[in-house]
Design a protein around this ligand. Structure first.
Ligand SMILES: NC(=O)c1ccc[n+]([C@@H]2O[C@H](COP(=O)([O-])OP(=O)(O)OC[C@H]3O[C@@H](n4cnc5c(N)ncnc54)[C@H](OP(=O)(O)O)[C@@H]3O)[C@@H](O)[C@H]2O)c1
Length: 304
């Protein structure tokens, strides 16, 4: 039986998800230590502290949980060979570094909650997938597999490992939603490609609650899909944004948007926008996790 969650180390705690997670943990009176590349300049909320990677392994000694969100932004710029290497290495190497540090702890952390992504499953057709479904193929699926393998290396040390395969995180200020809503606001919205490719999303509040639960609850072990129970096709999701913003959508033929996104974004367009999967959070739900925003219309109503 694990003791309660009293001290958590959050790697990548300065990012979109990490900042919200740190606040949620502090609200629950958990002591939070943010692991960052910029400990001297990073501003963390009162009650939390910032630490550099060179403070490993001391920082991990006896921690109740390590939550690992670190990694270069996947959609920040076009994927060149060097960008792809940075995306991969910033996940596999940092995760390996965390586990290596755990190995030299006298009392390793109780739990490692490590981010992964629904890119694990992509590309898929319209049949829903859950945690029992095997991996997809291509760059993102490969990155997710090696990222998860590095995290699982903590299990033989007696650390409980929960992998959270995160979907498209919906937030007011950052991530995918403002970028998707912008053209719709300016009367230039349309579905991308066929529009039938799955878009598996999660409201940021639900994701944060899931990460806290995974850190706290000893039953959370193995892979979990960090997605809402209502994944939609890209077309259906875009229509919901348009309805919420009271805007029409342009009837652009799918082949044109496919061509344009490929030209603009290259390989990244294929993997992030034109392919997808309908990913269900089967394991979280089987453990009784309750979503505050189970439907996309409720999530968009809250965020837009
Ligand atoms: N947002 C989404 O829609 C989404 C979807 C699926 C999966 N995920 C995954 O969930 C995790 C958190 O997502 P997020 O949106 O919060 O990411 P984010 O805003 O890009 O933040 C990630 C954090 O990782 C750290 N980082 C960046 N490059 C690094 C490097 N080369 N080495 C070590 N640390 C590095 C940064 O912290 P410092 O600068 O403080 O070091 C950064 O704040 C990521 O791993 C992401 O892949 C996110």
């Amino acid at each position: 039986m694990e003791p309660g969650l009293r001290r958590a180390v959050v790697a990548g705690g300065s990012g979109l998800v990490g900042r919200r997670l740190v606040r949620a943990l502090l609200d629950q009176r958990v002591q939070v230590q943010v692991l960052t590349r910029n400990p001297a300049t990073l501003h963390v909320p009162a009650g939390a502290s910032a630490h550099g990677w060179e403070e490993l392994p001391t920082l991990l000694e006896g921690a109740d949980a390590v939550i690992n969100l670190a990694g270069e932004g996947i959609a920040d710029r076009r994927w060149s060979a060097s960008r792809k290497a940075a995306i991969r290495d910033s996940r596999t190497r940092t995760t390996a570094r965390l586990v290596e540090a755990m190995r030299s702890c006298e009392r390793p952390p109780q739990a490692l909650v490590s981010a992964s992504a629904i890119g694990y499953y992509i590309p898929r057709d319209e049949r829903p997938v859950d945690e029992g479904t095997g991996p997809g193929s291509g760059f993102l699926a490969e990155v997710c597999r090696s990222w998860e393998a590095e995290a699982m290396a903590a299990a033989p040390l007696g650390v409980r490992v929960a992998l959270v395969r995160i979907g498209v995180v919906l937030d007011r200020e950052g991530g995918a939603l403002p970028k998707m809503a912008l053209p719709v606001r300016w009367f230039a919205g349309c579905k991308l490609g066929s529009g039938t490719q799955g878009l598996s999303w999660i409201h940021i509040d639900d994701l944060v609650a899931m990460l806290v639960e995974a850190a706290r609850n000893p039953a959370w072990s193995g892979a979990f899909n960090g997605t809402a129970p209502e994944p939609l096709g890209n077309g259906a999701f875009t229509r919901l944004i348009a309805r919420r913003l009271r805007r029409p959508l342009l009837p652009v033929p799918g082949f044109l948007t496919t061509l344009a996104t490929r030209l603009l974004l290259g390989e990244m367009a294929e993997a992030l926008l034109l392919q997808g999967a309908f990913v269900l959070p089967a394991r979280a739900q089987s453990l009784g996790f309750r979503f505050r925003f189970p439907s996309a219309s409720a999530a968009l109503e809250d965020l837009l």
